[in-house]
Design a protein around this ligand. Structure first.
Ligand code: ZN
Length: 132
């Protein structure tokens, strides 16, 4: 397993890039709207992992709710697994609270599933399996 990316919620990707690209020197290599999750994402590689900037595309986006409550910041950590179905099965049988019992399609057509913060010491956890 490895950290696939760290998700950071922001009101505006364009605003956020002033820091992450212009000041810090990372490069935004991929921007995409994930309709199902009502977010726009920007991916900035850093070492073996990436920063994922998340901007809401609708009032009822999960990111809008997070921004209202917390005003931005680290939204989730994404761990890359070989087989997301096995990982979910193992978590479920150990009593972890899953937000997604069945994987869905995330950015870059990966399979993703979220694990509830109540099972992870307060961190929203995303599992990611690459599809190619
Ligand atoms: Zn993510």
């Amino acid at each position: 397993m490895k950290i696939n990316h760290l998700g950071i919620a922001t009101k505006s990707i364009e605003e956020a890039l002033k820091f992450w690209e212009d000041s810090l020197g990372l490069e935004n290599v991929h921007t995409e709207v994930v309709e199902e999750q009502k977010v726009r994402v920007a991916m900035l590689p850093i070492g073996e992992t990436r920063i994922e900037l998340l901007e809401p595309t609708a009032e009822d986006s999960p990111i809008s709710k997070f921004l209202e409550k917390r005003g931005g910041g680290i939204h989730h950590i994404a761990i890359e697994v070989e087989n997301i179905y096995d990982a979910l099965e193992k978590l479920k049988s150990s009593g972890a609270r899953l937000i997604d019992e069945v994987p869905r399609i995330g950015a870059e057509n990966c399979l993703i599933a979220f694990v509830h913060p109540s099972s992870t010491n307060g961190v929203l956890l995303e599992l990611v399996q690459k599809t190619e």
